[in-house]
Ligand binder design. Sequence first.
Ligand code: S3P
Length: 171
Amino acid sequence: MTIVLLGYMASGKSSVSKLLGKELKLPVIDLDIYIEEKEERSIREIFELEGEIYFRMKEHQYLKEILEVKNDAIISLGGGTPCYANNMNLIHEYTQHTFYLQTSIPEIINRVKDEKSQRPLISAIADEDLPEFIGKHLFERNTFYQQAAHVVFTDKKNITELVEEIKGTLN
Ligand code: S3P
């Protein structure tokens, strides 16, 4: 079984995938980490040195590689992965177990505000401009995120609760 987790930055994809993988005894592949290992540099460096278009091209290439090779796995996407290169259609050729971890704008702001420097897309946005930026960004991305087979709301839930919710839909 292949399970794909998607959602905006800081929606909990990585933490949820780790616990889900442990409980279902499935390997976990974090696309961001996979890209960093293959490219031998950080996402931040890739954005800085090569630009976003190069990153999106590589993101698509490595996503395809993972889907082709790993049949039984939890795949945690990057926040933007569903929105480029027809990636949601590609994913649905391999699995219907797709989960959108939906987080509210205030909750996202709360979680990202102290770690902006690690996130190339928001590192240059002033704190006071974050609500407008994230609001617009989510609005643009929503069509892609909503293509997931399941939507899981993450506000006020801990990782264990989210994992239970996901497992419940698999039975
Ligand atoms: C991105 C989210 C990041 C990473 C890259 C771009 C985005 O992943 O792929 O910085 O476009 O939202 P996380 O959602 O894991 O932070």
